[in-house]
Design a binder for this molecule. Sequence first.
Ligand code: ZN
Length: 382
Amino acid sequence: MRSVAYDHFYAYDELTDTLRTWTEEAPNLCALESIGESYEGRDIWLVTVTNTETGAHLDKPGFLIEANIHSMEWTGCTAALHLIHRLLAGHGKDDLVTRALDTRVFYVIPRLNPDGAERGLEERRFIRSSVRPYPREDLEDGLRVEDLDGDGRVLDMRVEDPNGAWHPHPDERKLLVRREPVDSPEDGPFYRLLAEGRIENYDGVTIKVPPPLEGLDLNRNFPADWAPEHEQRGAGPYPTSEPEVRAMVQAVTERPNITGHIAYHTFSGVHLRPYAGRRARQGRAGRLGHHQLLVQHSLRPAGGRGRAALGVGALPSPGLTSARGAVARRREAGGELVPGPPRTAELRLAADERDGESSGTEGRSGSRGRGRVAGGRPARRR
Ligand SMILES: [Zn+2]
């Protein structure tokens, strides 16, 4: 069984080749299919892992793992590959894995956003998710973030300027600290800080920093809790307007046997549960129950801060499946799969919080039309 490399992130070709190899090595356990094409025309792979000799995948309870919707969160893809490998290599050797594949099916989408992942690996600058230009077609004049010196990194540049907001720390000149309002000119030299890059059409006076051309956030393009651009930046013109999201929605719709879902992300080191856009009621923290267990088993070894999130962000892509009554989670780190507990506990937890919402200040409600929680802006989705 081909192993997973953990010393580099896979570009698209290596990812595809690895998945194809696994289907050749274990044809009775592993099937590969494209659920659609990305904006730039790459196949979006879905791997079905189950023992076909004990029944067809649609006849078994299914668990969905989806990763790398955000371009630079390649670790989620690696974690998804790790899971596939563990399942394939463990069948017939590990009792738990054997039982899981004999009686259940795992659907794994290791890289939902292949374009953004590829562009990020190539250009080494931050790209949030889709590479489709949105909401404007052309980049405005100003700073172009680039690896100018070709060292494989995009760093910060300091430019000396008497009006700059930064100056060197008195003890450590390499370190810049914020200028204080009372600092006199003698406390300089002062600097401006800019990302490494070049300035397009510099007018000699103002260094403009245009918004990135890649203004979409695929995570916000799902139907559940969708909101337009002025409320939720990057949500796209309408739900499932982007081919990657549409492909996943279609794939889930065609698999009514899906009973659970984890989305692998890497940004925050937290474990988000539905409806994470809203704060739990006071005293509810102790009822996070199995979510806390998941955190202990998965996030802490991965270096996450190890807490179950009570009210940050939202859970847009799992919102797709949880709306149908499936257990949905989102893990903001890579890690091994921890088998989920009975779904009734989770659903009850979510229902308690939905019904008891009164004092929260973050986030929007779990469903459109329930109204905004008083006292704050809706939390941005991650
Ligand atoms: Zn993410």
